[in-house]
Write a protein that binds this ligand. Structure first.
Ligand code: PMM
Length: 316
């Protein structure tokens, strides 16, 4: 494991920005890291079956319009996904996934909207980068497709390595840990080491605890409470709690039924503010406007940190 890699991440901000593909990614990293506000990634699932927004943006025009709206609401990146990762979901083939995401990414790029591609497949990631995506968001942290590290290293783009143990069909049976925070930290460390070995630059790596992915509600709460232990890995951390089922459980009604996804926005905002206050670099959310507003309040109140932030630790 590298120490002080957040310094490396931040040092990108001081380098000259040139032209070409690698430099485009460098500019994206620079802009995101330089931002005085935490990074907000807006969710755009172009799938028929995602747990929250499944089916709403399957049509190209609706998807692009929503992506533009997310940007206008303050998203720094719009995260485009073409395969549901909902627990138990069936996989789609790579051609179907690519056919869903590529036109959306192309049109959003043409409209000047920065995008990330949410995929575990190297082929889809490569095509998405060629279509204009700026970042690869890989919920498998490079585990699902051994070719992913090569694609990311060659592109020089930022790569979100999420903690993951297996595809959606098997997720529930894999939610077993000795100490969830220690285990996630160790497994993320392995993903980071693999990425570095494959030639991915340290200043392109972002980690993510993968809330809800082979995690029970108790696991998600433990990861939230002990975020500083994951920040200690020394990499920017993305936090994705948005509308997830453990929030629905927390807000269950008197009849014992989980609160439906549409009623989880306020709880999501609370988790995002807590994560950023603990030092997270960014949050991945459906409700961008509310999140941006809440983070503006957090900023205006003097940005009280619960633990040293990436920014503070990385400052020269
Ligand atoms: N969660 C989902 C999908 N992609 N990516 C990252 N980096 N982190 C997450 O927590 C994450 C993700 C599942 O949620 P969705 O179905 O609402 O997109």
């Amino acid at each position: 494991m590298l120490n002080g890699t957040s310094d490396a991440f931040l040092s990108v901000t001081t380098r000259a920005v040139g032209v070409g593909r690698r430099d485009r990614y460098r500019q994206v990293v620079t802009d995101l890291v330089r931002a005085r506000t935490p990074v907000v990634m807006g969710v755009l699932n172009v799938t028929p079956d995602s747990f929250s927004d499944g089916g709403r943006y399957a049509d190209l025009a609706a998807a692009v319009a929503h992506g533009v709206r997310l940007r206008d609401d303050g998203a720094h990146l719009v995260d485009v996904g073409g395969e549901s990762t909902r627990p138990g979901a069936d996989r789609v083939d790579a051609d179907t996934e690519a056919a869903r995401v590529l036109p959306v990414i192309r049109e959003l790029a043409a409209a000047g909207v920065p995008t990330s591609i949410d995929t575990t497949r190297a082929r889809v990631a490569e095509a998405a980068l060629a279509a204009g995506a700026d970042l690869v968001n890989d919920v498998s942290g490079g585990l699902a497709d051994p070719a992913m590290a090569r694609v990311v290293a060659a592109a020089g783009c930022p790569w979100v390595l999420m903690h993951w143990r297996g595809h959606a069909q098997r997720m529930a049976e894999l939610a077993s840990y000795v100490d969830v925070v220690g285990d996630v930290r160790a497994e993320l460390g392995q993903r980071i080491d693999e990425a570095l070995r494959a030639g991915v630059a340290a200043d392109r790596i972002v980690v993510d605890p993968g809330l809800g992915f082979a995690k029970t509600a108790a696991h998600n709460w433990a990861l939230t409470a002990r975020l500083p232990e994951l920040l200690d890995l020394g990499f920017p951390l993305l936090f994705g709690a948005s509308r997830k089922s453990y929030l629905g459980r927390l807000l269950a009604g008197p009849d014992g039924r989980d609160r439906p996804t549409a009623g989880r926005a306020a709880a999501t905002v609370a988790t995002s503010v807590l994560a950023v206050a603990a030092g997270a670099w960014g949050v991945r959310v459906h409700d961008v406007r509310d999140t941006v507003d809440a983070l503006a309040v957090w900023q205006a109140s003097g940005r009280p940190r619960l633990a040293p932030s990436t920014e503070q630790r990385g400052a020269p």
